[in-house]
Write a new protein. Structure first.
Length: 144
């Protein structure tokens, strides 16, 4: 049976089982091997490329405005007092009728940057805030 591709325009961030905010953009859902290059003596036509460590990219979320005071507190808490507040969170993607289709679970996530909107009196653009999150592990659940 052929399935249509999933749409990528309905998603939200969930912390502790509670949806904290919907976002207009999410990028950086990436896991990648670091490659160790090894030049073996006598082998002149290629380099060995060996897997080293897996590294996770940073997640960038963009939204019109933050709607959750809990999310704002989590974002700013460690930045003001120097204590990193790790949480396990999920980025949840929804299909038609707001049925959950995929869930990316981020382990030991913490905010590393918040950027406020650009404000311009003659602009008709939506004011966009940006949140950048680092994390230590990523797991995927598919519900489609």
């Amino acid at each position: 049976m052929q399935q249509d591709p999933l749409t990528a325009f309905k998603f939200a961030i969930e912390i502790g089982g509670v949806i904290q905010a919907g976002f207009t953009e999410c990028s950086g859902l990436t896991l990648q091997w670091d490659i160790f290059k090894y030049k073996e003596g006598g082998v002149n036509n290629y380099e060995h490329q060996l897997p080293n460590r897996v590294k996770a990219a940073k997640i960038t979320l963009k939204h019109g405005t933050f709607v959750s005071p809990e999310l704002w507190r989590w974002c700013t808490q460690g930045m003001y007092d120097g204590n990193v507040n790790y949480v396990n969170l999920s980025i949840v993607m929804y299909g038609g009728g707001w049925h959950e289709t995929k869930r990316w679970n981020l382990e030991r996530a913490y905010p590393i940057q918040w950027k406020g909107p650009s404000l311009k009196a003659d602009s008709k653009q939506v004011a966009i805030e940006t949140l950048v999150i680092a994390f230590h592990g990523l797991d995927l659940e598919e519900n489609a």
